[in-house]
Design a protein around this ligand. Structure first.
Ligand code: A2H
Length: 253
């Protein structure tokens, strides 16, 4: 990583239906606000292909009031950063309404803004870092090797991960075409590199680097408002469009 700040796009995924454990833990504390899981991404142009969302099962999350109508679910660390970036009013203040462990959020149904699959489920991922972004990762298995491999692990061992198999049933969506890897770069790379599980972090890092560079420099959009344009051109345009529609905001750290 470079020395400068990382510019993320923070995606607002509204809760449609809490898991029973989350409902019990938070519903009485949020004052009737709409709650959004906030996911930090570096690939806003891939949001058409969200199939689920990931949280770290042992990470502690907070629900923070933004105003009387809305609250955001993310790590406390991210809420502080947001507060100093002017997301809360007054700037610099945070108002935590509830605390909840990631494991309890699993199975919650959320809206996935811009996605071809409009509603998706929250699932567990072991490799979510509490110290990066918001601690919430939206999953795009077509273009992210980590997301793809984790989704495959969950499908293989649904019982072990304590998930309902139907929550992991959405397939990767072709979004971006590259000359070398076709239109599902992450599944292609994971198979070529014989990646077995989300624990193969060394190969996954390599696959992630290839997918990121190939997508950015050689990718063409197959879907959405900027279909036919290069990823390089479409990326800032998709970001701006999401922000303008109130579905995302800028987040840096
Ligand atoms: B990206 P960087 Cl399609 N822990 O979004 C682990 N990973 C996290 C995270 C956390 N706390 N917060 C964000 N991320 C993921 C889309 C995507 C991403 C695609 C392809 C590659 C990719 C959909 N998931 O990232 O270390 C998020 O996943 C590869 C770089 O700050 C975020 O963008 O560079 C990216 O890692 C940020 O990673």
């Amino acid at each position: 990583e470079g020395v400068g700040p990382q510019e993320y796009t923070a995606i607002k995924a509204q809760v449609v239906e809490w898991s029973p454990a989350a409902k019990e833990a938070v519903e009485s504390k949020i004052g009737g606000r709409k709650v959004f899981l906030v996911a930090a991404t570096l690939r806003p142009e891939t949001m058409y292909g969200q199939t689920n969302c990931f949280v770290g099962p042992s990470i502690k999350y907070g629900i923070f009031a933004i105003n009387d109508e809305e609250a955001y679910l993310c790590t406390h660390r991210a809420a502080r950063n947001m507060a100093f970036q002017g997301v809360t009013n007054p700037r610099g203040t945070i108002n935590q309404l509830a605390e909840i462990e990631g494991s309890k959020i699993i199975g919650t149904k959320i809206k996935a803004p811009f996605s071809i699959n409009p509603e998706v489920y929250v699932l567990p991922m072991d490799n979510v870092l509490p110290t990066k972004g918001t601690g919430v990762v939206t999953s795009v298995p077509s273009d992210s090797p980590d997301d793809y491999q984790t989704l495959m692990d969950l499908r293989k061992k649904a019982e072990y991960y304590k998930i309902d198999p139907s929550w992991a049933s959405l397939d990767p969506v072709p979004l971006i075409s590259t000359p070398t890897y076709g239109d599902l770069i992450a599944p292609t790379l994971c198979k070529q590199m014989k990646i077995q599980s989300q624990k193969d972090t060394k190969q996954l890092t390599e696959a992630k680097d290839v997918a990121y560079k190939e997508g950015f420099y050689n990718g063409t959009m197959l879907v959405g408002e900027f279909k036919g344009e290069s990823v390089q051109d479409a990326k800032p345009k998709v970001r701006e469009s999401m922000i303008k529609q109130g579905l995302a905001f800028a987040y840096a750290e």
